[in-house]
Design a protein around this ligand. Structure first.
Ligand SMILES: [Zn+2]
Length: 187
């Protein structure tokens, strides 16, 4: 899903100039970005110094593109492991520690064996030791309660949570679009 910066990815903005997604950051390969430019689906907002050439054409690679047609965010975010972790800020809902996603698990607050459902309001992010410690018991049997009451997040909440996870590599031309309102607040 991640595109190496060396590959000249383009940051993809929605028609309102906000990234389509913060985390993972919406990036397209330069090939896809150029295809979209030729199909007139996007406007080029900024460019790399690097250019590609064909016998008839030289074109600088787009570093930031904006969709011409606005894509409304999904009204109901998909119930996926990733989105549960993102809702919970990639932190264990029992001990409060943040972990990389490979060290996180999916915990049923009310265990499935006790009738718990696999839905937003019954599933939280937990580290493996906390998950093991809680086992098939109810919160009141262990005294382990999730730090925030699990519920279905809005697409906007997930988007905002994702902004807390800046990618390792940022091209200079992307910064204005990723953090622009934060900078406005500081000023
Ligand atoms: Zn934990």
């Amino acid at each position: 899903m991640s595109v190496a910066l060396e590959g000249y990815p383009a940051l993809v903005l929605n028609a309102n100039f906000r990234p389509l997604s913060y985390f993972p950051l919406s990036l397209w390969s330069w090939q896809d970005a150029i295809k979209a430019v030729f199909m007139a689906r996007v406007n080029v907002v900024d460019e790399y110094d690097h250019a590609v050439r064909s016998p008839s054409l030289e074109m600088r690679l787009p570093s930031v593109i904006a969709l011409k047609d606005y894509i409304p965010p999904a009204r109901r975010p998909a119930f996926t492991r990733f989105n549960v972790f993102l809702r919970d800020h990639f932190s264990c809902q029992y001990c409060g520690e943040a972990f990389p996603s490979e060290n996180l698990t999916f915990d049923h607050v009310i265990p499935r064996s006790r009738g718990g459902t696999t839905l937003w309001h019954n599933v939280v992010t937990a580290c493996a030791p906390c998950n093991l410690c809680k086992g098939n018991r109810l919160p009141r049997e262990t005294g382990m309660y999730p730090r925030s009451t699990p519920r279905r997040p809005t697409a906007w909440e997930l988007q905002e949570n994702g902004r807390a996870f800046p990618p390792g590599h940022l091209h200079e031309s992307w910064r204005d679009f990723l953090y622009w309102d934060a900078e406005l607040q500081e000023g």
